[in-house]
Write a protein of this length. Sequence first.
Length: 178
Amino acid sequence: MDFKELIEKRQSDRRYLDKEVEDEKIRMCIQAAILSPSACNAQPWTFVVINDKDLVEKVKVIASDGGINRFAYKAPVFVAIVLERESLMAGMGMVIQDKEYRLMDVGMAAEHFCLMATELGLGTCMMGWFAEKKLKKLLNVPDKKRIPLLISIGYPDTKHREKQRKDFSQVCKYNSYK
Ligand SMILES: Cc1cc2nc3c(=O)[nH]c(=O)nc-3n(C[C@H](O)[C@H](O)[C@H](O)COP(=O)(O)O)c2cc1C
């Protein structure tokens, strides 16, 4: 699969087969995320893999808290991304530039993860909506840290969907914003 095929194939998969995901594949996805760029190479992330069956059951409830992500009940594995402290340099840059580099970093790492999963025949869905406090407690993440994203992962039970995207001309301008 070339890169264009890969980015077209990746989609948010919200249905999964009842099939175990090999740990080797999860590790490959995390390795791909580790190769992601980050501001000042701070790598402000920890990936917590949830594949213990009892724990997965609890995360399903937490992921679907509020009724938004009910599909998570079908997911066999989850990966929570814990936001870590930025490096001194990145921290200074964040203050001076007033930019949240760490969230950009985590977003890119998450996409690397999902693209690798696609290449391996797996389906993923990034979730920004879940009961974060409950998840932190369950995973022993200190209360002051954040979990910006939870990713569900499994063998997809879905067909490829046509991408719904804004028109090129709506989102790309040459030489001037206007
Ligand atoms: C930061 C972020 C948070 C997201 N949160 C959720 C979520 O909580 N639940 C969900 O079903 N999808 C979530 N998504 C998936 C988006 O809905 C999805 O990427 C978008 O609709 C485009 O569809 P595609 O991923 O299939 O191309 C999230 C995606 C991102 C990048």
